[in-house]
Design a protein around this ligand. Structure first.
Ligand code: NAD
Length: 490
């Protein structure tokens, strides 16, 4: 097992210290943090439990959207057709029955008698859904279920805000446990918890040593706060750590996009004309997957650098409106809003599959499909046919939510890489000397990124080469890393 890397001034092995990496200059806070901000950071309590987790929203809630013109969710009004012989659906009538109830309306207790949690249906723990297993087995307070509504999502966050984090080191007279202690770290995904606290419960930050954020949208919001001098604690941006970006965005998308389409539509993918919108990490992964399976892949881009990369990879760079009539499969990967509009969808050819792999539910303008002349038909879980009056239909996956999260699965290896990165970031922020991180946004120290990769290399029985002293001196780096500068482009 490789040793946990030592960072910065703590480095006691006589090697040159690596200064904590920060945000690129262009993104740095315009104003220095206020003394109050810094004071909060320095105000640490001596307990280490109670790390707060706001799990990736889309992953857990797969938010159900209200899309029919009468405000009802189409999935509940549409009938399941005979085509619902879908292998990855559980087919459990218990689960279907269960889906009709809001978990908040249930009285739930796990086998240990604990009831401070809320999941879909604890009785269905054997069906392998992780949030249920956690509630059943670990006794953690967990508030999560698939298909939660927006209202349910905020209810869950409020449950976490209201929760106690009993600590062994902080005591209340006569009880031995301080019921008023709250979390001392935030692990956020999308920034919802951080912003909710900032707006409604700013005092909670008095005890927060740091925030770890892994989502691109959440990071944008935190950079904004940083520029305005409003950050209440130091932030570690793990979204831009190399291991996270490569695994969560590139490799996982490469493996899951075709899997999601195959599982949900059973269609033959080879030979199809596929349009990928956006050629960033996710788009590169998706394009590679379709290319590998024998598709004719075209790419749309706004950024000339990404566009030229796509061109060099052999993809044609097009505008969606120019090829929309011919596309068999359209996949959005931009992180941007309404990149597929109603106008585009009017022009898609019959049977075209439309899937979103980018930012939660915003990339496809699904709300524009809630008009009277269009008929929604639920084919099976996460698959709808949208019928036009002229007989044309398109196949919409996951109602415009993330296709891979809803129709496929995230490999545990990817979760392991991401979770390890997040855990190391939490440990680093918590254990660092108070002067190392102020209320600003930081990148994960390169050495930690390398450590995450090193830990996971064991899976591949890999033997990496060690630098000789002479070689390390020639490259002017330490023999044990970091091997690259912070801004090296892998
Ligand atoms: P990225 O910034 O590397 O890539 C997005 C690309 O889209 C950029 O190159 C940008 O120029 C391009 N773009 C933006 N607007 C466009 C438009 N209107 N038309 C065409 N191209 C446009 O980001 P990324 O790492 O590829 O992530 C993209 C999105 O996917 C993010 O929202 C991210 O949170 C999400 N994501 C999804 C998964 C998943 O499992 N589905 C995993 C990781 C990230």
């Amino acid at each position: 097992m490789p040793n946990f890397p030592k960072i910065g001034p703590d480095n006691d092995n006589g090697e040159a210290s690596e200064p904590p990496p920060t945000v690129p200059k262009s993104l740095r806070a315009a104003q220095p943090p206020t003394p109050q901000d810094q004071g909060r950071h320095l105000q640490r309590l001596g307990h280490s439990d109670g790390v707060k987790a706001s799990y990736r929203r889309e992953k857990w809630r797969s938010r159900s959207m209200s899309i029919s013109s009468n405000g009802n969710d189409v999935s509940s009004s549409g009938s399941v057709s005979s085509r619902s012989s879908f292998s990855s659906e559980s087919g459990s009538s218990d689960e279907e029955e269960d889906a009709k109830f809001d978990p908040r309306e249930r009285e739930q207790k796990n086998s240990a008698g604990q009831s401070d949690f809320c999941v879909r249906n604890i009785k269905l723990a054997t069906f392998g859904r992780r949030e249920i297993e956690i509630a059943q087995e670990s006794g953690l307070n967990i508030y999560a279920w698939k298909n939660m509504t927006e209202k349910g999502f905020w209810w869950c966050i409020d449950q976490c805000v209201a929760a106690d984090f009993p600590s062994e080191t902080a005591t209340v007279e006569g009880e031995g446990v301080n019921k008023n202690v709250w979390a001392n770290m935030i692990l956020d995904d999308g920034g919802d918890l951080t912003h909710h606290l900032y707006k409604n419960y700013p005092d909670k930050f008095n005890n927060i040593s740091g925030i770890v954020e892994e989502n691109i949208a959440g990071i944008h919001r935190l950079y904004q706060m940083s520029r305005q001098g409003k950050l209440p604690a130091p932030v570690m941006n793990v979204n831009d750590s190399v291991t996270k970006t490569k695994f969560d965005n590139f490799y996982a998308s490469r493996e899951s996009v075709t899997d999601a389409i195959k599982r949900s539509t059973d269609c033959m993918i080879g030979g199809k004309l596929v349009v990928i919108l956006g050629y960033g990490e996710v788009g590169k992964g998706c394009a590679a997957a379709f290319q590998g399976i024998g598709c004719n892949v075209m790419v749309t881009e706004v950024d000339p650098i990404c566009a030229i990369q796509a061109a060099m990879q052999g993809f044609r760079i097009v505008r969606l409106e120019d090829v929309v009539h011919h596309a068999d499969i359209v996949v959005t990967c931009t992180g941007n809003k309404n990149v597929v509009t109603r106008d585009h969808m009017n022009k898609l050819k019959k049977g075209c599959i439309l899937a979103n792999m980018g930012h939660s539910s915003v990339e496809i303008d699904v709300s524009s499909l809630a008009t009277n002349e269009l008929r929604w038909e639920r084919i099976r879980s996460q698959v709808h046919h949208i019928h036009w009056p002229d007989g044309k239909y398109i196949v919409l996956l996951a109602k415009g939510g993330l296709a891979n999260h809803n129709c496929s699965s995230i490999p545990s290896f990817v979760i392991s890489v991401t979770a390890t990165t997040q855990a190391l970031a939490l440990i680093e922020l918590y254990k660092a000397p108070p002067t190392r991180y102020k209320a600003d946004v930081y990148l994960l120290p390169k050495k930690m990124d390398e450590y995450v990769a090193q830990l996971h290399l064991t899976v591949f029985n890999a033997h990496i080469t060690e630098l000789t002293r002479e070689q390390a001196a020639f490259l002017n780096i330490n023999r044990t890393g970091p091997f690259k500068s912070q801004h090296y482009k892998y």
